[in-house]
Ligand binder design. Structure first.
Ligand SMILES: [Mg+2]
Length: 98
């Protein structure tokens, strides 16, 4: 099982090798592309296409990994830290509806 930071490095290197980082990419653009994959997952779910839904969820992760890989961000530590912090939060985080 590859660790998350290795997947970030690999996603970035693959995108770079395909020309997607020939010019510096704005963070906002990369975030919009992550969002586009979330929308594709929504459409797959609305169609009841479970196989495509899972593929789009993978695309969401790959886009996140690419962004973090391109910025050399320690996503793995951030996820572990945040998941640990979430364990200590109150039920429904103090009364949020969702
Ligand atoms: Mg997609």
């Amino acid at each position: 099982m590859k660790m998350i930071n290795e997947l970030c490095k690999q996603a970035y290197e693959t995108a770079k090798s395909k020309g997607w980082h020939d010019e510096p990419r704005e963070t906002g653009t990369l975030l919009a592309l992550i969002h586009s994959e979330v929308s594709e997952a929504l459409e797959a779910d609305r169609k009841g296409d479970a196989e495509n839904f899972l593929e789009e969820m993978a695309d969401v992760c790959i886009r996140v990994f690419d962004l973090c890989g391109s910025r050399t961000l320690d996503l793995e530590k951030a996820i572990v830290d945040k998941m640990e912090r979430n364990k200590g939060r109150t039920y429904k985080h103090g009364g949020k509806a969702y």
